[in-house]
Design a protein around this ligand. Sequence first.
Ligand SMILES: [Zn+2]
Ligand SMILES: [Zn+2]
Length: 265
Amino acid sequence: MRVTVLGKSPSWQDAGGACSGYLVQEGDHVLLVDCGNGVFGKLRTHVDYVDVDAVVLSHLHADHFLDLVPYSYALIYAPRQQPVPVDRWPGTDTPARPVLHAPPGARETFRRVAGAWGSEDLVERAFALSEYAEADEPRVGPLRLRFHRVDHFVECFAIEITSETSRGRFVFGADTGPSDALVAFAQGADVLMVEATLPRPEREGPRGHLTPAEAGEHARRAGAASLVLTHISDELDVDWALREAQAAFGGGPVSVAREGAVFEL
Ligand SMILES: [Zn+2]
Ligand SMILES: [Zn+2]
């Protein structure tokens, strides 16, 4: 299994960057995890968007799904997706329609977003939309997905991805505040990707994000083999984040996600 970072920004993009998006590939099978703003353009530099088998979303915040809008327009209106020849494209009877695994309530959210300009069914026309339940274990070719609810401002799911054809276990922690549930779910992960949004814990109100040190502590308690910090702005110091996470993790390799970084499991 190969995981490629397409975007790692928090809810505002890095200079030239993209919000949450990760490409997971096993053989010819292609899964996109999250599709935040800026991700569709990044995706196109790595794979052909019609070759994506499925998209899975961790939660329904803008920075994790907004690029479903341009992706949907491509799937519906691109010349290559039409039934008749257009320009150099021969026409197709089987246009690409990736599966979209999205959290409960996604259909209504997409209708409200695209409905703002009168295209209510945009996303469900483009994708085969399926709202998952926490206990579901969807398959994408040899890849198996599992979900576990974490502590964020909206319903949000960490995602475990394993493969029938390789041994590695990848856990994406999604957006979360301090979460014993994530620690339990991620036990023994080979690559644990944890958000490190905050320079310091939220001063008031409910927790919904982590600091780099807290991310490191979660990885230590989970006994993860390696830690990748993500959902971190280019306005925070990478070396500081690494030091904080390393000190708390005390274990294997720690890195800060950067676009184009590849993790082989
Ligand atoms: Zn986010
Ligand atoms: Zn969020």
